[in-house]
Design a protein around this ligand. Structure first.
Ligand SMILES: [Zn+2]
Length: 159
């Protein structure tokens, strides 16, 4: 995928690797972390070659007139440090911390809506499925739950 698509989507720390319409006519964008090297959270040793990738659907700000399904193709690594108790780990991101399924920019918008500084969340987030002011308020003070893995093939929708 060209850099223009990544620039247009503009999710910090990620690049767009695929953008298409699925068989149901839903728009789908697949992103990967811009960095291919990640430090093991157990020992800090850098892993440079992923052994696997897993896809998970994350929720993001509305983009365009129709819903956009955002799929994070996450790299998984083996820790090669013999003294480390952690054998495998998954890449992490500031934008989407472990076990979260909302992007940081969506969380910020929801938190702003819940705190009352942006009272019109129903207008500013109309394309986010399942996100209303009540869910914004309930999400703002909590983690946003485990990431659900889509079935093989087409990614599943969360929410
Ligand atoms: Zn390690």
């Amino acid at each position: 995928m060209d850099d223009g698509t990544t620039l247009m989507f503009d999710l910090p720390g990620f690049r767009v690797v695929e953008c298409r319409e699925d068989s149901a006519g839903q728009r789908l964008v697949v992103v990967m972390g811009a960095d291919a090297e990640h430090a093991c959270p157990g020992c800090g040793v850098l892993a440079v070659r992923p052994y696997d990738v897993r896809e998970s659907v994350v929720k993001d700000l509305p983009f365009g007139q129709r819903p956009l399904i955002v799929v994070w193709r996450k790299r998984r690594y083996l820790c090669l440090e013999a003294a480390c108790g952690r054998r495998v780990f998954t890449e992490s991101s500031v934008q989407i911390p472990p076990r979260h399924r909302l992007t940081g920019r969506l969380r910020a918008k929801l938190e702003a809506a819940a705190s009352g500084s942006a009272r019109s969340c129903g207008r500013c987030c109309p394309g986010v499925p399942g996100v209303g002011l009540e869910s914004a308020q309930s999400l703002a003070g909590q983690g946003d739950g485990p990431v659900r893995q889509p079935a093989s093939g087409a990614p599943a929708r969360t929410g």
